[in-house]
Design a protein around this ligand. Sequence first.
Ligand code: WTA
Length: 646
Amino acid sequence: MQDTVIPVPEDWARRAYVDDAAYQQMYRRSVDDPEGFWAEHGKRIDWIRPYSRVKNTSYDPHDVSIKWFEDGTLNVAANCIDRHLEERGDQVAIIWEGDDPADDAKITYRELHEKVCRFANVLKKLGAKKGDRITIYMPMIPEAAYAMLACARIGAIHSVVFGGFSPDSLAGRIQGCDSNIVITADEGLRGGRKVPLKANTDEALKKCPTVKNVVVVRRTGGDIGWEEGRDVWLHDEMQAVSADCPPEEMNAEDPLFILYTSGSTGQPKGVLHTSGGYLVYASMTHHYVFDYHDGDVYWCTADVGWVTGHSYIVYGPLANGATTLMFEGVPNYPTAARFWEVCDKHKVNIFYTAPTAIRALMGAGDDLVKKTDRSSLRLLGSVGEPINPEAWMWYYNVVGDGRCPIVDTWWQTETGGILITPLPGATGLKPGSATRPFFGIQPALMDGEGNELTGAASGNLVITDSWPGQMRTVYGDHERFVQTYFSTYKGMYFTGDGCRRDEDGYYWITGRVDDVINVSGHRMGTAEVESSLVAHPKVSEAAVVGYPHDIKGQGIYAYVTLMSGETPSEDLRKELVAWVRKDIGPIASPDLIQWAPGLPKTRSGKIMRRILRKIAEDEFSNLGDTSTLADPAVVDDLIDNRQNRA
Ligand code: WTA
């Protein structure tokens, strides 16, 4: 199946912005003359003061520094809203589809302008100013986008925290960037269930004394706690301020947002993106990868709590004057036909989702898809994890009726936008391959010894030169930025992903090669889950690895050693799952827990994760060299009691 090539449909080659010849030519220029290429494409957004300097970047591990368009000034919110008003003030900017199919709304660019200006004035009235960090902990409602854009308008840096995270995780992220304002809602609504966002915020804020104000959006009207003087209702405040708020003039390299993401060690890091380069890259990739044309209805099903929601629900589409659909609910509520019903209801042309959703919906059967029309669909997209060829074929044949190209887009929180992807009018598709680099992206494959591999090969994926959407630093910890991304292969950005390049130069991402696991497209650091488990009073040691999971892509497999005197039990297993769930959030819940009397360690005490991964994968016949283990017998016990059996 991997050799199947689905050629570019003729009508696509004709109508798309770029066909294969144009791709080849533009790509060549983008790497031969990055200055010239980006000087030209940087103009796709509006600058207050035009840039004269385009690229000023260094991957030298002694001095990693990334600057794009550095002497230009702009305002990101004005680019996403104001500049469209004249031509498309009455065009719908955001279609909102509620959790309940009876709930929806359409917001025009003019309405968006008013909401964002008022919201920005509310923040100003609370004392927010340029450079302040503001945490956003919201459900998928238009106010989440207003909040982000309001921050951008006044030059405050937003940090969106996914609504599924626990109070502790929220507290850590608020403290991590010293926010003094939090924006939340009374409750969220997902799949008919309420999510206690305000209550979680109250809980988190017990640990965050520096937070002065909480702006609360009324979503459900449910009962919530209230701290007079600290908490304010958004709808009250919006009435009390002016609808006029001039956008702040920002430097291209002024921060736009921080987004916490999991790494292979320690606690999540604050990925910092800046204004000019990020917006150029998000808007340009949205334009070419989705081949967005005026009037198209575009739907990305991600949550704004993740980078996909930032770049491809809010910033990219709005910078392009697009109509972007924002969905509050989940794929299987009220039924597993919801996605396709929403496509019909709003005549969606471009649909972008994650493999985990595709696999789950595939499991629900074809009938639910086939009873819907979907004739508005023209292009499908995939993001977040490798898509297995079976799911790809189902998406293509059943959802897309064999008519719609699929863009399998590989990228990361760190990259700001899509780096490896087909372009629908240019790239023949191979199910399971993210295919070729976007303009300006130079991927390379490295072996474990630091040698670059040429031709068809498998190795670790690096990017050898900068692009405008790249993260600039880890907030407050530049050294960690350098260590994490630029020290493994000197002078290159290390992605943490493994990858194969085939004879046609197509890239096939094989998954993380570090201690990050990808659960339903959500990144989780094994170290975070381990530190949560060992914080439980009955747990002495824990090691967490990923294992293949039919729906989630990877599941969380935890080896747990109990304190002496404690006995394993089903109740304790449930207690530990609930513990992690409460501590980090539902996405971190271990799927399988194995009681381990001991963990395989080297004589110097280092846990041999390679062995634990193999056992969790049920692939223990070839464990490799175990002779360096301090006590080889523990391995036999682990194999005998493994939890994931075919
Ligand atoms: C994985 C999400 C294969 C990869 C945008 C990457 C993918 C991590 C793909 C980043 C894809 C994302 N094919 N793997 N199309 N897209 N990944 O930061 O392992 O949440 O490193 O960004 O997801 O996850 P993140």
